[in-house]
Write a protein that binds this ligand. Structure first.
Ligand code: 5GP
Ligand code: ZN
Length: 117
């Protein structure tokens, strides 16, 4: 697949709409289109990387800082009392969109959500 066909590249470039909830130099945070869990957020690198293994180490600190910032916001705004961080890397692990992304899943006491590990 060409990068020009990548849905998350298009979101990062503002070519298709998404509900942006934050941005850093190299990452954006948008609400997942499928809000099965309310506040489900995706951390997406602005550049096209396929999996975690492709993201340069030099972006690691920014990625961690930005992910923590968005997760903190989820707690502060009471969208969740807790959160899961999940990343599917490659198809057998459930990766559907072939542009690396981290899921942040807000959780509430007794919500009975089952995260498949
Ligand atoms: P994956 O299974 O690849 O880890 O997850 C892809 C996620 O991207 C899914 O949770 C899916 O709902 C979300 N998604 C797919 N297409 C779009 C889109 O066009 N916009 C947004 N905001 N999320 C999307
Ligand atoms: Zn892409």
């Amino acid at each position: 697949m060409k990068n020009s066909d990548c849905i998350f590249c298009k979101i990062a470039q503002g070519k298709i709409p998404a509900k942006k909830v934050g941005e850093s130099n190299n990452f954006i945070a948008v609400l997942d289109a499928n809000q099965k869990i309310r506040g489900h957020t995706l951390i997406i690198p602005k550049k096209h990387f396929v999996t975690l293994l492709d993201i340069p180490n030099k972006l690691g600190e920014e990625l961690l800082k930005f992910t923590k910032e968005i997760a903190s916001k989820i707690l502060e705004t009471k969208q969740g009392d807790a959160f899961n961080i999940l990343m599917n890397n490659l198809e057998p692990a459930g990766q559907v969109v072939k542009h690396a992304h981290i899921h942040i899943l807000p959780r509430k006491e007794g919500d009975s959500v089952k995260i498949i590990s």
